[in-house]
Design a protein around this ligand. Structure first.
Ligand code: SER
Length: 322
């Protein structure tokens, strides 16, 4: 039986991933950890521990007590937040990662951590960005992601730790909000469409970025962790994507349900510069060939599901208040 420990479990990916892992591997098998504790299903439905991932002794102890054989390390600062405090971003993203890798080495755990489209830079090919290419990002988040990919490779080659990773695009979901990212605008647009019928985007039109719906991202993590190790030529980290879109494309898709939806722009120069450094579309061929990566949701299918789930959430909120 698998014994899984997840860090950053109350973040945007963690909430959905922990729920799915508990469904597949059993509630007892999955320990959720985070630096904060909030009133959330993840905390109530199974094991939960407070953990500061930069405390390497605590990381090791919590994993040992859970008898973890798998670590999914999600705790990190995202791109926009990282630009506002680069030293903290380096500390959390790299010291946290190292604590996890050392724990995985000591306890012989399989190890997953996400990388990002932020691991590419302005001189990386912008379209169909290859799996193996130039990676010279200028953001602290990107720098920490490239260093993280290399560290995970290092622990595999030097110590035989079974490290695996995905370069996630912007992830769109409805159950937990993203925090401090550049691609958060996409999630915000869906919420705003339901609540107000309009949205002001801080990312400009014609700024194309890769995106993916959370259920596909969660399935990709699980498929990669279950993949036959001998078939993996790349480990840290695979390009994955479902769509390449700009704000106008999302607005068009929303208007199929809410025809009066309007989109305005008030560009944030910091996040716009970050977005412009990232690829327009990445190539996920290696992930498809090496472990069968696939997605269920294109833009319109994702929009249909997002709007219906968010409407349900809003109705539930209203009936609680009313
Ligand atoms: N979604 C992330 C961000 O915007 C990219 O990995 O920071």
């Amino acid at each position: 039986m698998k014994r899984i420990m997840v860090t950053g479990a109350l973040g945007q990916i963690g909430c959905d991933l922990v729920a799915k892992l508990r469904k597949i591997y059993g509630e007892e098998a999955v320990l959720a950890t985070d630096i904060r504790q909030i009133d959330h299903e993840i905390v109530q439905s199974g094991y939960f521990r407070i953990l500061d991932v930069t405390d390497s002794t605590a990381f090791y102890e919590v994993a040992r007590e859970h008898r973890a054989d798998t670590i999914i390390h999600l705790a990190a600062l995202l791109s926009a937040k990282a630009e506002s405090d680069p030293a903290l971003a380096w500390h959390l993203n790299i010291s946290g990662l190292l604590s996890g890798l050392e724990t995985a080495r000591a306890l012989s755990c399989q190890y997953f951590t996400p990388s990002s489209i932020a691991a590419f830079g302005a001189n990386t090919p912008k379209n169909s960005t290859p799996q193996d290419t130039l990676q010279r990002p200028l953001t602290m988040y990107g720098v920490s992601k490239v260093a993280g990919e290399l560290l995970c490779d290092y622990y595999y080659h030097k110590y035989g730790v079974d490290t695996r990773g995905l370069r996630f695009p912007g992830l769109i979901s409805h159950s937990a909000p993203p925090g401090g990212g550049t691609t958060d605008y996409a999630v915000e647009m869906y919420e705003a469409a339901i609540r107000n019928g309009n949205y002001t985007s801080y990312i400009n039109k014609e700024t194309y970025l890769d995106m993916m719906y959370m259920p596909d991202a969660i399935d990709a993590v699980i498929a990669l962790m279950e993949a036959d190790s001998s078939k993996l030529k790349h480990r840290n980290a695979f390009n994955v994507t479902a769509m390449s879109i700009d704000p106008e494309k999302i607005a068009e898709s929303i208007r199929r349900h809410i025809p009066e939806f309007t989109l305005h722009y008030d560009i944030d120069p910091v996040r716009q510069a970050i977005a412009e450094e990232w690829p327009d579309s990445i190539d996920a061929t290696a992930a498809r060939e090496e472990w069968g990566f696939d997605v269920q949701y294109d833009l319109n299918r994702m929009t249909d599901d997002m709007l219906s789930k968010l409407k349900g959430k809003l109705q539930a909120e209203h009936s609680r208040i009313g």
